[in-house]
Design a protein around this ligand. Structure first.
Ligand code: AMP
Length: 553
């Protein structure tokens, strides 16, 4: 295997710079691709020059274009005789590639056909007979066609192995070798794989000719455009931890990975109960339901897809902003695959993983082998109040002095703020306000903010200097409100309306959690009924509010 040096930065920067022909350039433009992704830029010259290549790249880097563009641009002869075979681990991926190559090759009259199990053989046979130039399929079905003679190997000049590592890990090694044995020796082979381990190298040694290796540097394999975060959890109450993470991070959408089928259903059910727009996908879901769920994903109607690795393979989730690992996968390669599902082509994505003490070893390998260094975040219920102390304290002062200052007060304030020692004096004033630096002040401030049942420390007392009565840890009630995220509700808007209509003070309103179809807000229990009454008839986001005691969160 020949190591190819990383290209110079000043290399080709546009598709036109690569020397791609005009009709393909037009197709690329029509697809909305403006500049080549690194894997496209680096693969093109080698592929066009006729080399066999091994490209280490993951889904989302534009790898389909990396083989699709050279394929339609020049790898197949103009006389319509030569064909290309693209093998992929799943039918979704096979279909996706077929569609993308069809678009790229539309102006060159290059037909594609997707050939996969579970679909009518008859239709595929007809398309094959018509002489599609690019055949994109799954190994099992392709081998079937080759054996039946409905597909001829003799015209195949280009072989693409897409997500080769996935094909091997899904147990397609036998089919792969059998297919390749049937193909003409004189051909070009392009292999794409997120991970290049010994098994992949064996495939290359056996079936490729002097392959050029395009390795994205170690830092790039998993980290390209993705931010990695981990939350350390105890392992007990993981579903509750996940919900806290979702509330804190508030991702726009996410693919949530579970290690077992049972977990996907449990997690999805718990999320649904809490009002999140979530659905599960695993191998047990009948095909019709699977398609229904995938339809919702495609139409961007589903916010959280909870899935196993196997069930999520090959599906297009490129618009999802987050990948969340409910638990770490058992091997690091799987982590690279999972997190590769976000941060597609130029967009940044976020990967969040819940890690318990038994999983620390995998985290270590992730750092060692893939040089992925996730940033550690702490669940708000444990350590985060420390980082929020300042914000909490400011909120406390804010709540303590709601009165608009008079002109003469303002004049003094302005003069004070421009004083050279303003910071020292203000620090003294703040000290006087909060009393001694104790944890208690922060506890009160934090629980005031949260007022969540689980966070309230009923015995903590304020240590203030008496200017405002110390907040009492009154019991809170949770109210349900019938507007949510899909109405584009912001917590601050609901807070403002509550203050305006009910006279509740800022510090009397607890945490507001905006869920997909509703929101939950904590208020002092003894004011709950009154709040419900004063909110009657209020309109928010063009909707008449329904507000009632929440059943349970
Ligand atoms: P892939 O890695 O092939 O699964 O591609 C991921 C996504 O990126 C697909 O939705 C492609 O349509 C898109 N894409 C591929 N190449 C480019 C490019 N050069 N510019 C913008 N988007 C691209």
């Amino acid at each position: 295997m020949t190591e190819t040096p990383e290209p110079e930065e000043e290399g080709a920067q546009t598709f036109a710079d690569l020397g791609i022909r005009a009709d393909v350039l037009e197709a690329i433009e029509e697809m909305g691709w403006e500049t080549p992704t690194p894997v496209q830029r680096d693969s093109y010259p080698l592929a066009i020059a006729g080399h066999d290549i091994i490209v280490q790249s993951r889904t989302g880097t534009g790898k389909t274009g990396a083989f699709g563009i050279p394929l339609v641009d020049g790898l197949l002869s103009d006389d319509g005789d030569e064909q290309a075979l693209v093998l992929a681990p799943t039918r979704e991926l096979a279909l996706q590639s077929a569609r993308e190559i069809a678009k790229l090759g539309a102006r060159r009259g290059i037909d594609t056909v997707a050939v996969y199990g579970g679909a009518s053989l008859e239709q595929q046979v007809q398309a094959l007979e018509k002489g599609a130039r690019v055949i994109s399929g799954t190994p099992g079905r392709v081998l079937d066609h080759l054996k039946r003679g409905t597909m001829k190997a003799s015209r195949l000049r280009v072989l693409v192995l897409d997500e080769a590592d996935e094909m091997l890990s899904m147990g397609f090694a036998k089919e792969l070798h059998a297919i390749i044995e049937l193909l003409p020796k004189k051909r070009q082979t392009l292999l794409f794989s997120a991970t290049v381990d010994r098994a992949i190298k064996r495939v290359a040694e056996k079936h490729m000719t002097d392959p050029q290796f395009l390795g994205l540097s170690g830092d790039h394999v998993g980290a390209l455009g993705i931010e990695h975060f981990v939350y350390m959890v105890s392992g007990v109450g993981r579903v509750a931890n996940l919900m806290t993470v979702l509330d804190t991070e508030d991702p726009e959408s996410a693919l949530i990975f579970c290690n077992t089928k049972a977990e996907t259903e449990q997690v999805s059910a718990a999320l649904q109960r809490a009002g999140f727009n979530a659905e599960w996908l695993n191998g047990d879901r009948p095909q019709r339901e699977r398609e229904e769920v995938l339809g919702r994903v495609r139409r961007e109607e589903l916010r959280f897809l909870v899935a196993t690795d196997v069930a999520s393979r090959g599906i297009d989730v490129s618009h999802l902003t987050h990948v969340i690992n409910f638990s770490l996968p058992v091997n690091v390669e799987q982590y690279v695959h999972r997190t590769g599902r976000t941060g597609r082509a130029g967009r940044t994505g976020t990967a969040i993983t819940l890690v318990d003490p038994t999983e620390l070893g995998i985290l270590y390998y992730l750092r060692l082998q893939y040089r992925i260094f996730p940033v550690e975040r702490t669940l708000p219920s444990e350590g985060e109040h420390r980082t929020r102390q300042e914000a909490d304290r400011i909120a406390m002062i804010d709540a303590a002095y709601p009165k608009v200052p008079t002109e003469s007060e303002l004049a003094l304030v302005r003069r004070f703020m421009t004083h050279v020692d303003a910071e020292r004096m203000l620090a003294g004033l703040l000290g006087a306000f909060f009393g001694a630096e104790t944890e208690d002040v922060d506890k009160v401030a934090a629980s005031r903010r949260r007022r969540g049942k689980e966070h309230v420390d009923a015995h903590s007392t304020a240590n203030g200097n008496g200017q405002e009565p110390a907040p009492e840890e009154a019991p809170t009630a949770t109210l349900y409100v019938n507007v949510g995220r899909r109405d584009e509700l912001k917590a601050s808007e609901l807070g403002r309306l509550l203050r305006d209509r009910t006279g509740l003070k800022r510090n009397e309103i607890g945490r507001i959690r905006v869920r997909d179809k509703h929101a939950l807000v904590d208020v002092p229990e003894d004011r709950a009924q009154e709040v419900i009454e004063s909110m009657a008839g209020a309109v928010l986001k063009d909707r008449e509010l329904e507000i009632e005691l929440a059943k349970s969160d």
